[in-house]
Design a protein around this ligand. Structure first.
Ligand SMILES: *Cc1c(COP(=O)(O)O)cnc(C)c1O
Length: 396
């Protein structure tokens, strides 16, 4: 008997989700099906599809062939039973809360979640009668103690934005399971190439596909993976509430994902090289990267990740004034709010993710005024370093 070997993530980036559908007119690429509805010649077949007894599509707010191929590709890469998609990452997150949280429920999470997610925690969930408890991200004992008091959901991100903190997903998932809480992880920063939270016991893994999955900063999208039962509930909520992924965006994301493994491998390597180089630079005060031995939770990162990702952050002497001088000198980097694409992107959290916080709040979150978030692109790393060296020479 031949042993079945699971294909590698490079192979799955290419073929995942693309072998199960019928090729339209023998096209080798998944077609962009813009049609809102799908017609039937007889009522019985239509009825069977509507009842999900037969495969097919009815209406594109619910399902669509191009969107389905995107969902299937992420599903395969995350090693999930099922996946459903959303118009953007925030829709994946808010729809997950909408599906699984009810008044009186309690959610435990970390202080360093993505800015939009944090707004849901502080502004939108409490008025709906949902208790939100945010713990210090790296304090695993505090998180375990809070979870042990009982909760409906544990919501995690690792690595976090912009200080790339690491939480021990397996350890905290065990604590959550002990009180029958559901565990949701936003895996946007790690990508399925570097980390598979479902394999660590998590129930639902979410992505903003607008970042690394698509990789080209030209399409918004979100996706959730998990077991059939949970994803069916999530799909039903999204189907009715309407945060549907557009077919053209699904196509752009699918095309971007074909190079996912290739891009992430390159970004892992370049980010590591850049982090080490920055560490030895005289005007650089602090470098945050999970791949560095100096990172507080490097040991956890090593255990739960296969690569440390393309995101890093570092602070320079002179604070915001120094950043204003240095960042515009970078030739090969967009100064922008996004991340995870083929181009290097830089931005200070002071004007991006943490613009609404006071200086004291930022300091409490470990975000000095001179912090730069650096999303490593796929340019040649020698050019990126030379470019950083030149730009940093303007700070003295
Ligand atoms: C960007 C981002 C989101 C939100 O995704 P959108 O597609 O912009 O809605 C959520 N989580 C993380 C970690 C992100 O970086």
């Amino acid at each position: 008997m031949t042993k079945t070997t699971q294909p590698g993530s490079g192979t799955l980036s290419i073929w995942g989700g693309e072998t199960e559908h019928e090729l339209y007119e023998r096209s080798t690429q998944v077609p962009v099906v813009h049609s809102v509805s799908f017609g039937y010649k007889d009522i019985d077949t239509w009825h069977a599809v509507a009842l999900e007894k037969e495969q097919g599509h009815i209406y594109s707010r619910n399902t669509n062939p191009t969107v389905r191929a995107f969902e299937d590709k992420v599903k395969v890469l995350e090693g999930a039973e099922a996946a459903t998609s959303f118009s953007c990452g925030m829709a994946a997150i808010s729809n997950t809360f909408g599906t699984f949280l009810r008044p009186g429920d309690k959610i435990v999470s970390i202080k360093d979640s993505y800015g939009g997610t944090n707004k849901l925690f502080t502004e939108f969930l409490p008025p709906m009668g949902i208790e939100v408890v945010l713990c210090n991200t790296t304090d695993h004992n505090a998180l375990e103690a809070e979870i042990a008091k009982g909760c409906t959901m544990l919501y995690l991100e690792s690595p976090t934005n912009p200080t790339v903190k690491i939480v021990d997903i397996e350890r905290l998932t065990k604590a959550a399971k002990a009180v029958n809480a559901m565990v949701v992880v936003d895996n946007t920063f790690a990508t399925p190439i570097n980390q598979n939270p479902l394999a660590l016991g998590v129930d639902i893994v979410l992505h903003s596909a607008s970042k690394f999955l698509g990789g080209h900063a030209d399409a918004l999208g979100g996706v959730a993976c998990g077991n059939r039962d949970l994803i069916k509930k999530l799909y039903h909520y999204r189907e009715i509430n309407g945060a549907t992924l557009a077919p053209m965006d699904a196509y752009s994301l699918l095309r971007g994902m074909k190079t996912l493994q290739l891009r992430i491998e390159r970004q892992n390597q370049s980010a590591m090289t850049i982090a080490r180089w920055l560490q030895s630079h005289p005007v650089v005060e602090q470098v945050n990267y999970p791949g560095l031995e100096s990172h507080e939770h490097h040991d956890i990162a090593k255990r739960q990740m296969r690569g440390f990702g393309g995101m890093l952050s570092f602070s320079v002497k002179g604070g915001l004034d120094a950043i204003k001088v240095f960042l515009p000198k970078l030739k090969y980097a967009h100064m922008a709010a996004n991340l995870g694409c083929v181009e290097t992107v830089v931005g200070p959290p002071v004007v991006t993710s943490h613009v609404e916080c006071s200086e004291e709040e930022r300091a409490a979150a470990g975000i000095p005024e001179g912090l730069v978030r650096y999303s490593t692109g796929i340019e040649n790393v020698e050019d990126l370093i030379r470019n950083l060296e030149q730009a940093l020479s303007y700070i003295c």
